[in-house]
Design a protein around this ligand. Structure first.
Ligand code: F6R
Length: 362
């Protein structure tokens, strides 16, 4: 049931404030995080190996920043199809963590089985509780996104990020990197996010306008730094898969190392950059783009918009949020850009060509 929306994807984007609120409350018990009866102990964990495909892989890349920065835990992230055939050594002290909406992705499941007798334990973050990946894990943490019908993953991504951030906060606390008070503050920040999602969704019109212009281009570039780099990758993937526009994402700092050669007036460049500790560096990358005639679509907050100057082609202004939460919030405009781009092109938004919701063969 599309609940009055034109596409399942539109409905699944729009319901994220409610879905996230529910997904969060499933894990909160007052000022504490509740991972179920068995609990989740990170004190003996020396490193995390995270494995997934597609959008779930980008959720893992985001979580790497969280686990490393908040919890001081070394993290490796890999694409399941690479991991499984590379057969990397897994040493003791390793927790293996698999992220999959469907819980049935063939490569991710094979990677899990490869880790079975090698890692200290197998964790998974899934949307389908009865899935193979959930069953074969020592502990499966549900993301509580509800059924996702659109082939392009939207609410599952933000709900995956939610669980991964809760895990990183808990790991940080158990490892003595944050105090109980700081943990409570992180949770309070997270609790405020569903309301902030609503504000982001109100940017629908300017995003739709930008998307209509953007899908006229042959190529689109997405740039982001730090926590925004995985988001840039996710934005580019979404645009490719449903609007069939070629999009590529780069870590902003890589621009000079090759992709800047692509820039001219015909290449829109989407820059995801809240005014965080790395903002000034991203602004200088943006100026390099604009100096070559590139049209910058900047997704930022009010402080970022003020600092970015007037040369920017279009600015989408989101509320200010604590740095760690930005990936969840910035996912929404990335999804809406792709959605409206696809609608403008008239593609089959919920059933893009050549794609399946669940990739159970490699
Ligand atoms: C992109 C998308 C895919 C999936 C990938 C993994 O919008 O939906 O990239 O994220 O196929 O699927 P799961 O999470 O089911 O393992």
């Amino acid at each position: 049931d599309k609940a009055g929306y034109r596409h399942f994807m539109a409905k699944e984007i729009a319901e994220q404030p409610t879905v996230l609120a529910g997904a969060l409350s499933a894990y909160l018990d007052g000022d504490d995080i509740d991972f179920g009866e068995a609990g989740l102990d990170f004190t003996g964990t020396e490193r995390l190996t995270m494995v997934a495909c597609g959008t779930a892989y980008y959720a893992c890349l985001t979580a790497k920043y969280w686990f490393e920065r908040l919890a001081g835990l070394p993290v490796e992230v890999d694409i399941a199809s690479e991991f499984r055939y590379r057969e990397p050594p897994i040493t003791s002290g390793t927790t293996a963590l698999f992220v999959s909406q469907s819980g049935e992705t063939a490569d991710t499941l094979a990677a899990l089985r490869y880790c079975r007798d090698k890692a200290d334990r197998i964790l998974s973050v899934v949307n389908v509780d009865e899935s193979s990946i959930a069953r074969e894990s020592d502990l499966a943490l549900p993301i509580h996104a509800g059924v996702e019908v659109g082939v392009a993953s939207t609410k599952a991504f933000t709900c995956q990020l939610n669980v991964l951030l809760l895990m990183a906060i808990e790991a940080a606390f158990q490892r003595g990197r944050i105090t109980a008070k700081e943990k409570a503050q992180h949770l309070a920040d997270l609790r405020s996010l569903p309301g902030i999602f609503n504000v982001a969704l109100e940017r629908d019109e300017i995003i739709a306008d930008s998307a209509r212009d953007m899908v006229e281009a042959r190529d689109v570039l997405f740039l982001g730094r730090g926590l925004m780099y995985p988001l840039a990758l996710e934005g580019a993937l979404k645009l490719k898969e449903i609007s069939y526009v070629h999009a590529e994402a780069y870590a902003s700092g890589e621009l000079k190392h090759g992709p800047i050669a692509l820039i001219d007036a015909s290449v829109p460049v989407v820059v995801m950059a809240p005014r965080d500790s790395l903002f000034d560096k991203t602004v200088s990358n943006m100026q390099e783009v604009m100096a070559r005639g590139g049209n910058v679509l900047l997704v930022t907050d009010a402080a970022g918009a003020a600092a970015a100057g007037s040369e920017v082609w279009r600015t989408i202004i989101l509320p200010e949020v604590p740095e760690m939460l930005a990936p969840l919030l910035y996912a929404l405009p990335a999804q809406l850009l792709a959605y409206h781009g696809a609608v403008a092109k008239g593609t089959d938004v919920d059933q893009p060509r050549n794609l399946a919701k669940s990739v159970t063969v490699e």
